[in-house]
Design a protein around this ligand. Structure first.
Ligand code: FES
Ligand SMILES: [Fe+2]
Length: 368
């Protein structure tokens, strides 16, 4: 099984995806979880497996008092995962009648989950304040794809935008963007990967965003990768010297979360800047066009190739060593940083386990 960084924030859902009155199931880092909304609007998350006879709590009901009731025999659990009501016998609650709860924070319209054992630090949630600053007309659909591929493969795809010249030819890149100046740096714990092509035709995704008199110009992708797998890609065209603030494009939000070792959750959206018109209807049309085109690019162009890549790697039946190209340099930098953090986390866990006194475990019974 893949070892993941656990003391980190993962995007679990768009905030709007959890209704007020129904639990929602989602597996993250190989762990089946149930999410439900509390009375104050915040969201609870816990293991989606009742400790009695292991029914899925997500098939139960959200109850008053921030509780979830198991559908099978009615045990009720609070948001902290402890059983708070046993409708059977004298109502005694066995000590072991609890499930593990996980902290969830709503920020930038995303629900972030922390699945590690250290104190969660909301200040480490990656900055997607672009959502908070934007008018609704600037924000494309907050979209979602579940991919039959590991989170790693999708991350590699997004950290190397040279593929836009081939896989998204005409939409996000083209022959003019094969050659690009690339720069990579680490800053504030993030890895920044810049890719700028000069004198490029304007890919169709950006045509409606750009004044009609602008024809051949700079084309750029400025990537910010944040631990463990949250990516922001400023993609666009124009601006003197390729300065994005003077050009036209959008903040491409790409939030990647492992579901299992072979599947992943992909949340994406785009936040546009430097609108070229005040016409509300025209801006809405452009917003909807961007939503549609991006979904097409990811679901119809990226996903088939990445999912086939996953199948090809599995079919090999042995670990494969990829041939590396210059375009892989940014991805390698991110992966090294992530692997170091995972190793440090594992070493800390091993040390704790070594120091823990040996205990004789008594069998615990759970009954309702
Ligand atoms: S399986 Fe949940 S109460 Fe029995
Ligand atoms: Fe792509």
């Amino acid at each position: 099984m893949t070892v993941y960084l656990r003391n980190a924030w993962y995007a679990a859902f768009w905030d709007a995806d959890i209704p007020a009155d129904k639990p929602v199931a989602r597996t993250i880092l190989n762990e089946p979880l149930v999410f439900f909304r509390k009375a104050d609007g915040s969201v609870a998350a816990m293991t989606d497996r009742c400790p009695h006879r292991f029914a899925m709590l997500s098939m139960g009901q959200v109850k008053e008092g921030d509780r979830i009731a198991c559908p099978y025999h009615g045990l009720e659990f609070g948001a902290d995962g402890r059983c708070v009501h046993n409708p059977h016998g004298k109502g005694a609650i066995p000590e072991a009648a609890r499930v593990r709860a996980y902290p969830v924070v709503q920020k930038h319209s995303v629900l972030w989950i922390w699945m590690g054992d250290r104190e969660p630090d909301p200040a480490r949630i990656p900055d997607y304040s672009c959502f908070d600053r934007a008018q609704p007309v600037q924000v494309s659909k907050r979209d979602y794809l579940r991919m039959n591929a590991s989170c790693d493969l999708v991350m590699n795809n997004l950290l190397d935008t040279s593929h836009t010249s081939y896989l998204h030819n005409g939409i996000l890149g083209g022959t003019d963007t094969v050659v690009a100046e690339t720069r990579i740096e680490e800053k504030d714990g993030n890895v920044l990967i810049g890719r700028v092509s000069q004198d490029s035709a304007i890919p169709s995704m950006y045509r409606d965003l750009t004044p009609p008199e602008v024809q051949r110009t700079t084309k750029w992708n400025l990537i910010r990768w944040s631990v463990p797998s949250a990516i922001l890609i400023q993609g666009g065209v124009g601006g003197p010297g390729g300065d994005p603030s003077q050009g036209w494009g959008y903040d491409g939000v790409h939030l990647l979360t492992p579901e299992t070792d072979k599947t992943m959750h992909y949340h994406f959206a785009a936040v546009r800047w430097n609108l070229i018109t005040d016409d509300v209807a025209e801006n809405e049309r452009i917003r909807d066009h961007i939503s549609k085109m991006r979904r097409f690019a990811f679901a119809e162009q990226d996903a088939p190739v990445i999912e086939a890549q996953q199948r090809a790697m599995e079919a090999a039946g042995r670990p494969l060593q990829p041939v590396m190209l210059t375009v892989d340099a940014g991805m390698v930098r991110c992966r090294r940083l992530l692997e170091r953090l995972i190793q440090e986390e594992q070493a800390a866990t091993d040390t704790l386990n070594t120091q823990a006194p040996t205990q004789t475990l008594k069998p615990e019974t759970t009954s309702c």
